[in-house]
Write a protein that binds this ligand. Structure first.
Ligand code: SAM
Ligand code: FES
Length: 347
């Protein structure tokens, strides 16, 4: 019966809420088959190519206070830093030489990064490296801001919705943050023509298996170009410090279900997955992922962008990261490619 459900999902690229829930509840019995079918679907659309995105963590300042996040505003132990426009361009230069053709500018919601500053950085990167894509992951901004950044040349935007259940959202965030606003931002990003990424944490506090089934229904409806998921990992200086972490096994199963539901999606095997399990990223690729996001931030700031405890790759140089990852990817039968790795529209 579980095998039939996976076959139906592969054929029809959607299931009902109840069918997804049955699979999630019984994942132990069907895990291997799900991995096998998800990898086959990934291969059909993207082959064995794994795209790399150079992550530039530009600021550990954030005005928000998400209960799960290590760089939340109220964390007095977080060391704060911000990269200047020049620092960001040096990271991009370094990344280009290492073969990166996508740069992801990510950070806390930090008012220092005005539209003017960011548009200047985006234009400089695009002028110098017209063959590269620029992805932003800078949280919620106004429609006008998203529009200006798009016009300056940004190609993609990652904004995880964190959960598609409003009540759950309100348990993960303080009252100043709004579920409706998050959803509005995602709609606006798509409308403006960004390749848009949504996503959520697996095993976040108060998340149920039914919530995970709802995530798949939600994603099918939203049709994002990218989906970022990773296990929730507790950070010792946050209100969620005593909650259990998400698991690699559930994250991997969700990766496979996402690949089968959205066959063309760009799906990273995240650093959080590599943190919760030493082979998490390799297993993520085997389960249908096709993107990795190595860190290009200057080594001296990496430990200050500590979203959760024990985050990996905070001590290495970018060049070390990429050679380590290439070897890891080889073990899965896939290979890292130096390519923008845009979303493929074809069926
Ligand atoms: N400020 C931007 C935003 O909110 O989209 C980008 C930075 S934010 C730190 C990036 C992502 O990190 C969040 O969307 C969240 O899912 C993830 N994250 C934060 N704290 C985490 C934790 N404790 N465990 C796992 N993932 C976490
Ligand atoms: Fe803002 Fe985490 S609370 S990035």
């Amino acid at each position: 019966m579980y095998k039939e459900l996976i076959d139906k999902l592969e054929r029809e690229q959607r299931l009902s809420f109840n069918e997804y829930l049955i699979l999630i509840k019984n994942r132990d019995k069907i895990r291997e088959y799900a991995v096998q079918r998800a990898a086959a679907v990934r291969d059909k659309h993207y082959g064995k190519k794994v795209y790399i995105r150079g992550l530039i963590e530009l600021s550990s300042y954030c005005k928000n206070d998400c209960y799960y996040c290590g760089i939340r505003h109220s964390n007095k132990n977080c060391q704060r830093y911000r990269l200047s426009a020049d620092d960001i361009l040096i990271c991009a230069d370094n990344g280009y030489k290492l073969g990166f053709r996508t740069f992801v500018l990510q950070g806390g919601e930090d008012a220092y990064y005005t539209d003017e500053l960011l548009c200047g950085v985006i234009r400089s990167i695009k002028e110098k490296y017209p063959d590269c894509a620029v992805t932003l992951s800078l949280g919620e901004r106004s429609y006008e801001s998203y529009k200006a950044l798009k016009e300056a040349g940004a190609d993609r935007y990652l904004l995880r919705h964190e959960t598609c259940n409003k009540e759950h959202y309100e348990k993960l965030h303080p009252k100043e943050m709004s579920f409706e606003r998050r959803m509005k931002c995602l709609r606006e990003l798509k409308e403006l023509g960004y390749q848009t990424g949504a996503g959520f944490m697996v095993g976040s506090p108060y998340q149920s298996e039914a919530d995970l089934a709802s995530e798949l229904i939600f994603l099918k409806e939203l049709q994002p170009h990218m989906v970022g998921i990773g296990p929730f990992i507790a950070h010792s200086d946050t209100p969620f410090k005593d909650f259990e972490c998400g698991t690699a096994e559930l994250t991997l199963f969700m990766l496979s279900l996402i690949r089968l539901t959205l066959p063309n999606v760009l799906l990273p095997a995240t650093t959080a997955l590599g943190t919760i399990h030493p082979l998490g990223r390799e297993m993520g690729i085997e389960a249908g992922a096709n993107v990795l996001m190595p860190n290009l931030s200057p080594s001296e700031v990496r430990k200050k962008y500590m979203l959760y405890d024990n985050k990996i790759c905070t001590g290495d140089e970018a060049a070390q990261c990429i050679s380590c990852l290439s070897k890891r990817v080889e073990t899965t039968g896939c290979e890292i490619v130096n390519d923008r790795g845009d979303y493929k529209n074809e069926v």
